[in-house]
Write a protein that binds this ligand. Structure first.
Ligand code: ZN
Ligand code: ZN
Length: 176
């Protein structure tokens, strides 16, 4: 059996409704979590503090995930970091209480938190990360940051279909 840092061993928690126990999981991400724009990279630290509480049908896990995601601004492509502080809650059914379609079931004394944690982190990450609300992005003409360009910066955009015409117009032979 592979040992995943997401697997929480609950053998010390009495299966008596109302009993609870606090846990702290602190590990390096075995795989990255996120999307191509922003993610918690592999080996970055993840801290999970949680409370596991016995309820009638299983164990309710409530906690908070802390970590750092890195990526780049979707407008200016600057590297950026996002602090993650995301709550999550999941009920793990006892094996003998689970319906077939219940999503999370204890495996003996083990609750595998990987999917709830990954889902919570993905929820915490922006789909379009932006370094600041005021980020003005890049000039489409030269790729320079608008922030670094002087006011009034522009590129003469001449449609190639009209270039001939403008040359003709400026030709002195046509006496304009
Ligand atoms: Zn930006
Ligand atoms: Zn430009």
């Amino acid at each position: 059996m592979t040992t995943s840092p997401y697997k929480l061993n609950l053998h010390e928690l009495p299966r008596r409704a109302g009993d609870f126990k606090d846990f702290r999981l602190d590990f390096a991400a075995p795989e990255s979590i996120g999307n191509p724009m922003i993610e918690i990279p592999v080996k970055f630290p993840i801290l999970i503090t949680l409370k596991a509480e016995s309820v009638s049908d299983g164990i309710l896990v409530t906690g908070i995930i802390t970590g750092k995601a890195v990526g780049e601004c979707g407008r200016c492509l600057d590297p950026m970091t996002i602090e993650i502080n995301q709550n999550f809650q999941e009920l793990f059914f006892y094996e003998n209480r689970a319906d077939e379609d219940e999503e999370f079931t204890m495996e003996g004394d083990i609750a595998d938190l990987e999917i709830p944690i990954r889902d919570a982190v993905i929820l915490a990450l922006p789909i379009n990360p932006i370094c600041s609300k005021n980020c003005r992005g890049l000039c489409s003409g030269c790729g320079e940051k608008w922030e670094n360009l002087p006011g009034g910066h522009e590129h003469e955009l001449i449609d190639p279909r009209w270039r001939g015409l403008s040359e003709w117009k400026s030709d002195p032979r046509f006496g304009r």
